[in-house]
Design a protein. Structure first.
Lengths: 283, 473
């Protein structure tokens, strides 16, 4: 269905934006962890974006994207009032949410927005939500206000120390885990959404503690409905499709090495496509 | 002295693009008959007193009648005859395995030169599509009134659902088709390449259905955007599940996730549905292969191999564990592939994919096979030849070894009865599932089969649904 953009907010000008779309059918069904696939033009590709928030009453869904290539650069030219040609969803399995006590929700980069929807779900289920977010610097931090509204605690790390802890998000996470253990707190689950190296670092960090850890994978997808296997990942002994079996998996079972390699399958073509788009823009 | 002509002329061949030229483009390979050729071919028909060709057709086209009408120059009438039972003649004329169906039952078959029924059907459909949409769809000029109170939902927009929609619309029943992808047609859009079935033909077939009152909803995922229960809540009186068999099967071999190993579904979807052969004007890239291997012996394998050639591969090999004889592909597709330069590596079974440090595919380990005793499918069982394995250099491997049922709607509909293979169980007569007024047909019931068999199921379910609704109504 063609979907109108109701609002656009530039979170980091030129790099990250938030769109609120009028998509009542999707909003009615979407749960934390779900994503959509969108397409901007008849010659466009299908790109998956995680749903950052929904409002079933208003019939809206919220998306946050980072401009990384041709399609997101094209999307960045869209404004409120414009219409997106195709939006398909909600896709993927929703996050498994149950009352487990404390849940640490880790987000990096635009992954913070995707993590927000999951954190909100845990908060609604009565869990003690601790949001742990990181970015290179303060001006690149997303969704801090939204997360503050739904989290019992928000912990921040920036590479340059312009806000919160100076260093990596995993360092803050480790401190918080230690602190919890010393206080006898029951940490039921850790959720991490962000760049693959961050998710892998979180998985390695939590493994020795034996705490259930979930990551949301953003593998390359085409249809997003289980028809092609482009997004396949090795999880334990099995090959799973991120689009229909995921996108969330047990972080301790994911073969991140393989996943990172597969992410590069089309890197040459992606660059070519972006250059082609830029040339067309300048014509 | 003139030599006495044999009574029956040889089968007219269809003009084709030259193999050397066509591997450089995605235009349709077969150009189709001219009226003259079509009529010459139609006149070869014996007009048997008791024809058998029709029995070979899953949608029961009255071949004898339409061929006679064509021979007499009544192209419009011939089209109506076909349309009485077949909603998608331009598609069937191109993709049906006629050698196993109508032409396989033709009385001229023993001569090796059956009437080219498929090509004639194609000619009639193509020639007619200049007509008005109403005529084109129902085979008559006046469209019946659509009964908005009798709404039927079809999930999936492949050949089964399109046929069902055409049948029901002709009876005046309102059909709404829900498709998960952004274009209608199912396998006709994402699977079958442009050079075999131009997408403009699929668009025409869909447009004529729209003119006839059928509504299409794109980007609706059955089981996600709406469930079967939601549809009944919204007032639909019956639901047809034409979901296809879209789940690609992998082989569970070492190295299968290396960069350069693709399912045929992915490779073909990127090219066909997404227009990847026009990259970068179209956004979706296709992985470039220099030495391509395609695993499998069916139509999908042929499509993938021929697509790879057109995208500039230096060498394309089809790796198949039996021999050419056992390949399930439509005869014409195999012939076309060979003409175009596709090579066959028969009696060969991949056992591993091998790559470099960067995780890119470099070769495939292949086990030499021989044929043993026939198995339950009646084909000889391939057996490994001991100590005979070798490496094939390849940088793009495409796996075309079949497909399974997509799980999304099945998972969302836990009450739906499935068979032991995971496909939907239906009553053979009515195609009704164990859920009342929920019907299913096509690959989601039978497993991967042909377009026209799915159409046969769409027609069968359409008959049953209209019988029940119109009796009620």
């Amino acid at each position: 269905m063609a979907v109108p953009i109701l609002h656009k907010r530039k979170l980091i000008p030129g790099r990250v934006s938030e769109l609120v779309l009028e998509a009542p059918q999707i909003a009615a069904k979407a749960e934390p962890g779900n994503f959509i696939i969108l397409r901007l033009a008849d010659d466009g590709e299908r790109i998956p974006l995680t749903i950052a928030d929904t409002d079933a009453a208003k019939g809206t869904i919220t998306l946050v994207y980072l401009v990384v290539g041709k399609s997101t650069a094209h999307l960045e030219t869209f404004e409120a009032g414009d219409t997106i040609l195709d939006v398909c969803g909600p896709l993927g399995r929703p996050t498994h949410i149950e009352p487990v006590g404390t849940v640490l929700c880790v987000g990096g980069g635009t992954g913070i927005a995707a993590m927000h929807h999951i954190a909100k779900g845990h908060q609604l289920a009565g869990n003690h939500v601790v949001s742990v977010i990181g970015a290179r610097s303060e001006d690149l931090l997303l969704f801090e206000k939204e997360l503050t509204a739904i989290s019992a605690e928000v912990l921040v790390a920036t590479d340059d120390g312009s806000r919160g802890h100076k260093g990596l998000v995993t360092e803050v996470l480790e401190q918080r885990i230690q602190q919890g253990i010393e206080a006898g707190e029951s940490i039921g689950e850790i959720v991490a959404v962000g760049p693959v190296p961050m998710m892998r670092a979180v998985a390695e960090l939590t493994r020795p503690y034996g705490i259930k850890t979930t990551v949301s994978l953003n593998s390359i997808m085409v249809d997003g409905i289980g028809m092609c296997g482009s997004c396949r990942v090795t999880v334990g002994d099995a090959v799973r499709f991120a689009c229909v079996d995921g996108p969330e998996f047990d972080a301790h079972q994911v073969d991140f090495e393989e996943m990172m390699r597969r992410q590069c399958t089309f890197s040459e073509q992606e660059k070519l496509s972006y250059d082609h788009f830029c040339r067309k823009c300048h014509d | 002295m003139t030599k006495k002509k044999s009574k029956i002329l040889p089968r007219r061949s269809m003009p084709m693009q030259d193999p050397a030229a066509r591997v450089g483009n995605f235009n349709e390979v077969a150009n189709g008959y001219s009226l003259e050729l079509a009529q010459e071919e139609a006149r070869r028909c014996l007009q048997c007193k008791t024809p058998t060709c029709q029995d070979g057709c899953p949608v029961e086209v009255d071949c004898k009648r339409f061929i006679r009408e064509l021979a007499e120059g009544q192209v419009e009438q011939a089209f109506r005859t076909i349309k009485e039972t077949n909603s998608l003649p331009a598609v069937c004329g191109r993709v049906c395995p006629q050698e196993n169906q109508c032409e396989g039952r033709c009385k001229l078959r023993p001569t090796g030169q059956p009437v080219a029924i498929g090509r004639l059907e194609r000619y009639v459909a193509d020639a007619f599509y200049a007509g008005t949409a109403c005529e084109a769809t129902v085979g008559r000029e006046d469209c019946p009134m659509i009964r908005e109170d009798l709404r039927v939902a079809a999930i999936g927009s492949g050949p089964a659902s399109l046929t069902l929609a055409g049948y029901l619309a002709a009876q005046g029943v309102k059909v709404e088709v829900f498709e998960a992808l952004h274009l209608p047609g199912g396998v006709l859009s994402y699977g079958i390449p442009e050079f075999r079935l131009p997408k403009s033909i699929v668009r025409t077939e869909v447009e004529t259905l729209k003119e006839q009152g059928v509504e299409f909803h794109m980007n609706w995922v059955g089981g996600k955007t709406m469930t079967v229960g939601d549809l009944f809540d919204q007032g639909f009186k019956a639901v047809f599940l034409g979901l296809g068999a879209g789940l690609p099967r992998f082989m569970k071999l070492p190295g299968e996730n290396l960069i350069g190993v693709f399912s045929a579904n992915e490779y073909l979807t990127r090219v066909n549905l997404m227009g990847g052969y026009r990259f970068p004007d179209y956004d979706t890239p296709v992985f470039p292969g220099r030495k391509v291997t395609v695993i499998g012996g069916g139509n999908v394998a042929m499509d993938a191999a021929r697509t790879a050639l057109r995208l500039g591969a230096e060498e394309v090999r089809i790796v198949y564990r039996r021999t050419q004889e056992e390949m399930p592909a439509r005869l014409e597709e195999l012939e076309h592939a060979l003409e175009e330069g596709v090579q066959l590596e028969i009696l060969a079974c991949p056992v591993a994919f091998q790559g470099d440090e960067g995780g890119r595919l470099t070769s495939m380990r292949v086990q030499k096979m021989c044929l043993g005793e026939p198995d339950e499918s009646g084909r000889c069982r391939p057996m490994p030849v001991e100590d005979e394995a070798y490496d094939l250099e390849t940088d793009l491997a495409i796996i075309a070894v079949g497909s399974g049922p997509n799980q999304i709607l099945l998972n969302a509909t836990p009450n739906l009865g499935l068979n032991s293979r995971g496909y939907i169980e239906v009553d053979q007569e009515t195609l009704e599932t164990n859920m009342p007024m929920v019907f299913a047909g096509g690959d989601i019931v039978t497993g991967a089969a042909t377009v026209v068999e799915a159409m046969g199921a769409g027609r069968q379910a359409g008959k049953e649904i209209s019988r029940r609704l119109l009796k009620q109504g």
